[in-house]
Design a protein around this ligand. Sequence first.
Ligand SMILES: NC(=O)c1ccc[n+]([C@@H]2O[C@H](COP(=O)([O-])OP(=O)(O)OC[C@H]3O[C@@H](n4cnc5c(N)ncnc54)[C@H](OP(=O)(O)O)[C@@H]3O)[C@@H](O)[C@H]2O)c1
Length: 318
Amino acid sequence: MRAITLANNGGTENLILTQIPTPKINENEVLVRVKAIGINPVDAFVRNHQFALEMFIKPQPGETVIIGWDISGVVEAVGRQVTLWKPGDEVFGMVNFRGHGKAYAEYVAAPADQLALKPENVSHEEAAAATLAALTAWQALVTYGKVKAGEKVLIHGAGGGVGHYAVQIAKHLGAYVIGTGSASKKDFILGLGADRFIDHASEQFETIVNDADVVIDSLFGDHIFRSLEAVREGGRIIALLVPFTDEKLAGKVQEKNLYAHTLNVTSNGEHMQQLAALLKSGEVRSHVSASYPFEEIAQAHNAIEIGKTLGKIVVTLP
Ligand SMILES: NC(=O)c1ccc[n+]([C@@H]2O[C@H](COP(=O)([O-])OP(=O)(O)OC[C@H]3O[C@@H](n4cnc5c(N)ncnc54)[C@H](OP(=O)(O)O)[C@@H]3O)[C@@H](O)[C@H]2O)c1
């Protein structure tokens, strides 16, 4: 089969299209013929840095590295113990995150319990998009944020991969949603259902919001301190990038009596089923702003690395 292997850490020239054996499946896995792959900032991060490769994939010594985790495709074969799926089923999911997902390939061996049935009204591109980013939004808002109807939720980067799912899921949960983004994304973010838009370049969100029940912060650095200003006393703050171990940060969390959690998204078939139901009902939609053929995956990496993505970027296979 064809796969994109990572020869060395560094630029996109290290993503090598090559022929390797089709993976063998174990008794709890299914072999998926991949039709589309979701691209995330972490893909480029792992490509760029050896420490990130160790942190997210931890390959065995000498093992061929294939990055990527997000797939949608067709079940080709099932392991002996698999009862959930049969050949021909169309499935999607985030495979083995954190771990070696090996998604940049024509065939992927995926644990059966990490997948969901792709709704018929959703394309493979849209399904592949609604995996790592959508699971992150789900786990941030539902699992850890425990968002309830009527609550005020502030979502940063609301026009990006995670953010655009988070806005839609928070609306589904009945929240009043405020989304931040750049001015060019205003109509998109409001179109997703956000009740209020804040332009991060020209407005200071913490001077506008100081009573959010839940804040989802997807940025690096001191931004988290500003988010702490925006959350009400006793509220919840979910960070995607920053740990709350810093003394000053921990002090602020304690001062405001907050629930603060740094999310590490994990593969979860049950959460995938919930997302599949929302995609099926149309309450959540994937906005795929760019799609590249498999051979042009380097371009997808160049695009995701800019950090200005609108919705999602995917790669497709015939
Ligand atoms: N911890 C985890 O488990 C986890 C899971 C998923 C993602 N992440 C991380 O979370 C971050 C977001 O992921 P993603 O997939 O959504 O990335 P993405 O698709 O690149 O979207 C990021 C969005 O943030 C917007 N943005 C940039 N600066 C901003 C600012 N100062 N204020 C508000 N919005 C801003 C960007 O565009 P505009 O500036 O044009 O609005 C873009 O739309 C990434 O760093 C990713 O690695 C972590």
